[in-house]
Design a binder for this molecule. Structure first.
Ligand SMILES: CC(=O)Oc1ccc(/C=C/C(=O)NCCc2ccccc2)cc1OC(C)=O
Ligand SMILES: [Co+2]
Length: 174
């Protein structure tokens, strides 16, 4: 199953993702294809909309203390609902759909979510630190929200200018 990452400013990224109803083989095939794509592109989180599937599914594999992403750390989060959020933290975020751009983004420090696994079993996850940040970043994707939408007006203008120049350079480089 060949997946490609949709890149900003592609309008696909702005779609609202729909609830997953069928926890079937096609869902499993998609999740199984998203994982290597995320790992091979140095990602730690990937939402299905980023590979053009507007469904409420996302995967996460936050590196552990020695920077590894062992398969047992993979989280497959479907139909997540945030039931608690508290505290505040800032982290320089990046996104596979907005390559080569990193910005400090403010997030909650602790979140609790209810979600379903690939078989439809309901689970609860209480997350702090980088995992909490990643969950919020990926759940935004399900609403068509990108981390650059959270920038101040000035920083957003700076981003748009830099991004346009980079895209032009990439085109000429081809
Ligand atoms: C050149 C380029 O695009 O660099 C990258 C940028 C972002 C990423 C991955 C970002 C990512 O997984 N974001 C998930 C959401 C998230 C953001 C911040 C903290 C937690 C979770 C990977 C990149 O690729 C390389 C080779 O480093
Ligand atoms: Co992202």
């Amino acid at each position: 199953m060949k997946l490609n990452i949709v890149e900003y400013p592609d309008k696909t990224l702005r779609k609202k993702s729909c609830e997953v109803k069928e926890f079937d083989a096609s869902l499993h095939k998609l999740l199984d294809a998203m994982n290597p794509l995320m790992i091979n592109t140095n990602g730690i989180g990937l939402a299905a909309i980023q590979v053009a599937y507007p469904i409420r599914a996302l995967i996460l594999n936050v590196p552990d203390e020695d920077g590894e992403q062992p398969p047992e750390n993979l989280l497959e989060i479907i139909n997540p609902v945030m039931t608690h959020k508290s505290g505040e933290t800032t982290y320089q975020e990046g996104c596979l759909s907005v390559p080569q751009f990193y910005e400090d983004i403010k997030r909650y420090d602790n979140v609790v979510i209810n979600y379903q696994d690939r078989y439809g079993n309901t689970k609860t996850l209480d997350a702090d630190g980088l995992l909490a940040i990643a969950i919020q970043h990926e759940m935004d994707h399900l609403e068509g929200i990108l981390f650059i939408d959270k920038l101040s007006y000035a920083r957003r203008k700076k981003f748009e200018k830099e991004y346009k120049r980079m895209q032009k350079e990439k085109k000429h480089a081809k």
